[in-house]
Design a protein around this ligand. Structure first.
Ligand code: FAD
Length: 393
């Protein structure tokens, strides 16, 4: 059972699926073990226009809608969550520039991001700053018409290969976003290895020591780096992570349906045992529910409905937690083989766990979603809580 889509979206999904089956699925295990993404596959993503898929055509991109971006994230997530995370962070940087950047920034950077000449990375987290992003400490100080940036950014996805960093620091006015090119003196990256998931994502820490950039590299207004620039980027990141979690779930379902049909115990394929079917049922239902939540979030984004924000948080929360459940059960259904490195199940489980942490952890989504629930109730109280008036209708 797959989502029913409009013809253009169906065609896009078929194209992405073929690409991922041919160029990603056969190699993802090797990339995971090597903890590295080969430049050739990044080049292929760029050639296909996937890195610029949602950058407008007048800036050299594909100009595709949010649903198409989601379908690409789902297919990449099915094959390799690290590559999906490249799409995520690169697109976050591009969309932040598109929405909040100056005209000169758009004209300079968007064509380079669209073609893959520049790989974008988003540098928000610090060793002491995670969920509470507005507490960033990286200093951005004015100095003779330039800015000088000093700080330590941590967990930066594809930070080891990116060459355009959207860095969040602090000016006198408050949190502020600034673009820093890799070639600027004073910027250094060090790889972070042995992560539980997205192990091919070339995650790095970024050190900024007296790194000088022109004033024109500030994105948006000083003091509004988190409330405007990071908020937009994180919402987009959440959206693609939700779809990427759908991809992990689909990989788990496909692996389990195939394996339980051929593995025999007690004289029958294990799919004949009801407790096995129960796990497949839960996995398949969660997958479909996740796809529907993601599709709803995508459609709302495409018509610029403000409720897309809440829909995206719910899609990310549900799909990422469902991906952990699916990967956990999928590994269980593969028994000892699930625990072995020549099957992809342990990769799926590690990748799924990361989905619950990044772009706002599950707990942060829960806090946010509850807030939306109370806001909605305040706007339209409906049936008073604590009554059983529904019984009387
Ligand atoms: C593989 C990977 C890639 C990443 N890529 C990037 C990247 O590209 N760029 C970037 O800037 N960052 C990146 N990050 C960092 C990521 O954004 C943070 O890990 C995330 O924001 C959570 O922050 P933290 O890890 O510091 O956890 P903390 O904020 O310290 O939270 C620890 C725990 O406490 C919980 N918690 C925190 N506050 C509350 C609260 N108010 N109520 C209830 N529970 C709470 C959290 O949910 C979590 O379970 C990445 C992380 C990983 C693991």
């Amino acid at each position: 059972m797959t989502l029913s889509l409009a013809p253009a979206h169906e065609a896009a999904r078929a194209e992405f699926r073929t690409f991922v089956d041919e160029h990603v699925v056969p190699h993802a295990g090797a990339w995971h073990r090597a903890q590295s993404t080969p430049p050739e596959i990044i080049g292929r993503l760029a050639e296909r226009g996937y890195l610029g898929i949602s950058i407008p055509a007048n800036f050299g991109g594909g100009g595709k809608d949010a649903v198409t971006l989601g379908l690409l994230a789902a297919e990449l997530g099915r094959g390799c969550s690290s590559l999906r995370s490249l799409l995520t962070v690169h697109t976050m940087v591009a969309q932040a520039i598109l929405r909040w950047g100056s005209r000169a920034q758009k004209e300079t950077w968007l064509p380079q991001l669209a073609s893959g000449a520049r790989i974008g990375a988003l540098a928000l987290s610090e060793p002491g700053v995670g969920s509470d992003a507005k507490s960033v400490t990286t200093a951005i100080e004015p100095d003779g018409g330039d800015l000088v940036v000093d700080g330590h950014k941590s967990w930066i996805t594809y930070g080891h290969v990116a060459n355009l960093f959207l860095v969040f620091g602090r000016t006198a006015e408050g949190p502020t976003a600034v673009l820093i090119e890799r070639e600027r003196p004073g910027l250094r990256t060090d790889p972070i290895l042995d992560l539980i998931g997205i192990r091919a994502s070339m995650t790095a820490s970024v050190r900024l020591e007296g790194c000088r950039v022109p004033e024109g590299n500030i994105v948006g207004r000083r003091g509004l780096g988190i409330s405007q620039v990071a908020s937009l980027a994180l919402d987009l990141g959440r959206y693609t992570v939700a779809w990427g979690s759908v991809g992990i779930q689909r990989a788990c379902v496909e692996a389990c349906v195939a394996y339980t049909g051929r593995r025999e115990q007690f004289g029958v394929p294990i799919k004949e045992h009801q407790l096995v079917r129960q796990m497949v049922t839960n996995m398949f239902t969660d997958l479909h529910a996740s796809e529907l939540l993601c599709m709803e979030a995508g459609r709302l984004r495409d018509v610029k409905d403000p409720s897309a924000l809440a829909a995206t948080s719910m899609a990310k929360y549900f799909a990422s937690t469902a991906a952990v459940r699916a990967a956990n059960d999928a590994l269980q259904l593969h028994g000892a083989n699930g625990a072995a490195g020549d099957y992809p199940l342990q990769r799926y489980l590690g990748d799924a766990k990361i989905m619950e942490i990044i772009e706002g952890s599950s707990q942060i989504q829960q806090i946010t979603i509850a807030e939306y629930a109370y806001q909605e109730h305040a706007r339209s109280p409906g049936i008073p809580s604590g009554t059983d008036s529904w019984r009387k209708s």
